[in-house]
Write a protein that binds this ligand. Structure first.
Ligand SMILES: Cc1cc2nc3c(=O)[nH]c(=O)nc-3n(C[C@H](O)[C@H](O)[C@H](O)COP(=O)(O)O)c2cc1C
Length: 212
């Protein structure tokens, strides 16, 4: 297991050129998306939505809003990871309803939890709240990148796009959503030079510290 994980993560790289004819199976796609859905979030708010853009015209428009990055059109699938912009209004209520319904308990038994979540949200400015939600969107992004690698599926996490344009193209503001990150999924083109580049990483001693 350990070797499988590290081998997959060394095989993975931020793919620049995709083979447009190589598509993911439904099972691969659903497994990757499910691993994102199962991501942890602060208090369990899950203040995100994963939007799989299948429409070719929209993908072409999105590419133009993303410095013409080819994965936007050439990867098998393009997933927009959007964050919720209505957190203050709706997220606590949804969380409590979801938790009570799933666990078969009365919402009132979650009053202490409710106060903690409400207090956290109320104590933040709109800007700080949005930053808090945006940070969390990167957790499913990272998990989906890893799941893809374990399935031998190539991926590209991307922030190189104009968020306002992307929001507009997909009509996200009306859905109380804002594009935060994008994940392309597919299979590398045979001539993607980046596949052969040595992986550049800081040495372990620089990145990992043990306090004993
Ligand atoms: C949040 C985030 C945003 C990124 N945005 C882009 C992007 O817009 N375009 C791109 O080609 N790569 C993007 N990357 C990929 C990084 O450049 C890449 O992961 C890094 O250089 C390390 O290389 P490796 O992933 O191939 O090992 C992004 C990565 C992350 C985590």
């Amino acid at each position: 297991m350990e070797d499988t994980i590290i081998t997959a993560l060394n095989w993975r790289y931020a793919t620049k050129q995709y083979d447009p004819t190589a598509t993911l199976t439904d099972r691969e796609l659903s497994t990757i998306l499910e691993s994102g859905r199962l991501a942890p979030s602060s208090f369990g708010v899950e203040a995100w939505k994963f939007i799989v853009v299948e429409n070719k015209e929209l993908r072409t428009k999105l590419r133009a809003a993303a410095w013409n990055q080819s994965p936007f059109t050439d990867a098998s699938h393009l997933v927009i990871i959007a964050r919720r912009t209505d957190v203050r209004e709706n997220i606590t209520r949804e969380l409590l309803q979801r938790t009570a319904a799933t666990r078969g308990i009365a919402e009132e038994t979650l009053d202490g939890y409710k106060q903690m979540v409400e207090g956290t949200i109320a104590g933040r400015s709109d800007e700080a709240l949005d930053a808090w939600v945006a940070k969390q969107a990167y957790i499913p992004l990272g998990i989906m990148v890893e799941t893809a690698a374990l399935l031998n599926v190539d991926s590209t996490p991307m922030e190189g796009f104009d968020p306002k344009q992307v929001d507009e193209i997909l009509g996200l503001p009306a859905q109380h959503l804002a594009a935060t990150a994008v994940l392309a999924l597919g299979h590398r083109a045979a001539d993607d030079a980046y596949a052969a580049y040595a992986k550049v990483r800081r040495p372990k001693e620089e990145v990992i510290a043990f306090v004993r």
